[in-house]
Design a protein around this ligand. Structure first.
Ligand SMILES: [Zn+2]
Length: 200
């Protein structure tokens, strides 16, 4: 196990396909192991998911949507999951849009219909509209997918953590059980680019 090795400041990290990622601290590595998100193999932390695929999707969504928030039309550059990850939403072109920080942060894990009800935003993005129109169906499909797909299909740490929590029957701890009636906070929209970086 990890405790048996000589303690270096950082340890090498690879993804599920063996491709190198940024090294991480021993503490982070141990946390990943404890959470079931990685295995330890010959001195290397091997993640059970594929964060490099996340970057690819982010860039494809950016190319499609430009720098315009799918919710409010203000400038934005964060990757937004229309069905939140904790509800089984995937990091995919048909569940992600570009969003401004204000919309992304203030929505938190609320469902799209709740966010529209809070804020009165009138999204025009086809991905958001498609999910809003059939939200209950999309939600059921997302949960069924979370139940049946393996951990290796996750492409971010958050997705992998949700997968583990769901399969350990612990999802209610993470997911809001009662839809709040208003957002926790509302930041001002800003056109300042927001870099999405991978932290193992
Ligand atoms: Zn917005």
């Amino acid at each position: 196990m990890i405790n048996d090795i000589i303690v270096h400041e950082t340890v090498p990290v690879v993804d599920l396909d063996g491709r190198p990622l940024s090294p991480c601290t021993l503490e982070k590595a141990q946390q990943n192991l404890n959470d079931g998100l990685a295995i330890w193999h010959e001195g290397v932390l091997r993640l059970n998911y594929r964060p490099l695929a996340y970057r690819r999707i982010y860039h494809r969504v950016r190319r499609r949507d430009g720098l315009t928030c799918g919710w409010c039309g203000e400038p934005g550059s964060t990757l937004e999951h229309v069905l939140p990850i904790c509800w089984g939403g995937r990091t995919s072109l048909d569940n992600c849009v570009v969003a401004c920080r204000a919309c992304n942060h203030s929505r938190n894990n609320a469902l799209p219909s709740a966010f529209v009800a809070w804020t009165g935003v009138r999204p025009t993005h086809p991905v958001i509209l498609g999910i809003l129109r059939h939200e209950a169906k999309a939600l059921a499909a997302a949960e069924a997918s979370l139940r049946s797909r393996p951990l290796s299909t996750c492409i971010s740490k958050e997705e992998a953590q949700i997968w583990v929590a769901y399969h350990q029957g612990d999802i209610e701890r993470i997911r809001p059980s009662v839809t709040p009636i208003r957002p926790a906070s509302r930041y001002r929209a800003t056109s300042e680019p927001f870099g999405q970086v991978f932290i193992p």
